[in-house]
Design a protein around this ligand. Structure first.
Ligand code: SAM
Length: 221
């Protein structure tokens, strides 16, 4: 249950020296930076690892509910930090948490420029739809932590869930769909299928995927 992992009471209570020791440790000069990308339900961390080399200057964090999976991602990142000389994995980390409950404990208003929801659990039964990580209510929270212009990336191999995620985003007043040109010119889009463990599994099995990528718009006055 949630009592087994510590939750920061606010984003400023998240101990960055644990996650990014190279930048926030006791002997280092503190850089006034915050995580800008969040991979929600990051699983085994493949996306973060790929993003780390694509965006070497960006702090990013994965959120994962399962204890053992989170520990695996931590070890994976530590091993990469040791074996690579370029320092490109120093800005990637993971927290064990329930993202459906605690997003505002981790991120301030407008802190994030990208949020990822890749191959989330489908929760097929109608009575379990409230457990889905994308819903119109949760999009309020995601709109709060995303800055204007920030992007939310979703993908699934479950058609019904894909339609659900797209329709929640279309219904929400703070999000608009990216155009085809924008999708084509965003290098992150192709990673949605290729970088995560779940995406690779779907690709190996020749499965179809359903993607919805939306921008957090500025407030309209
Ligand atoms: N995104 C990864 C990928 O594409 O390979 C993992 C996909 S996996 C099917 C869904 C992941 O979301 C699981 O690792 C699960 O433990 C995690 N998850 C489910 N609910 C969660 C929640 N409320 N908070 C954080 N993680 C959650």
């Amino acid at each position: 249950s949630d009592s087994h992992f510590p939750i920061p009471i606010s984003p400023s209570h998240l101990d960055f020296s644990l996650h990014f020791p190279k930048f926030f440790g006791a002997n280092n000069e503190e850089v006034s930076k915050k995580a800008e990308f969040a991979d929600i339900g990051c699983g085994f961390g493949g996306l973060l690892i790929s993003l780390a080399t694509l965006f070497p200057d960006t702090l990013m964090i994965g959120m994962e509910l399962r204890d053992k999976v989170t520990e695996y991602v931590k070890e994976r990142i530590l091993a990469l930090r040791k074996s690579s000389s370029g320092g490109q994995y120093e800005k990637v980390s993971v927290v064990r948490t329930n993202s459906m409950k605690y997003i505002p404990n981790y991120f301030e208003k407008g802190q994030l420029s990208k949020m990822f929801f890749l191959f989330p659990d489908p929760h097929f039964k109608e009575k379990n739809h409230r457990r889905r990580v994308i819903s119109v209510d949760l999009l309020d929270e995601y709109a709060y932590v995303l800055r204007a212009g920030g992007i939310i990336y979703t993908i699934t191999d479950v058609e019904e869930l894909g339609e659900w995620m797209r329709s929640c985003l279309e219904k929400h007043p703070m999000f608009e769909s990216l155009t085809q040109d924008e999708l084509d010119s965003d290098p992150v889009v192709e990673l949605l299928c290729s970088a995560t463990e779940e995406g690779q599994k779907v690709a190996r099995n020749g499965g179809q995927t359903f993607r919805a990528v939306f921008r957090r718009i500025a407030y309209v006055s």
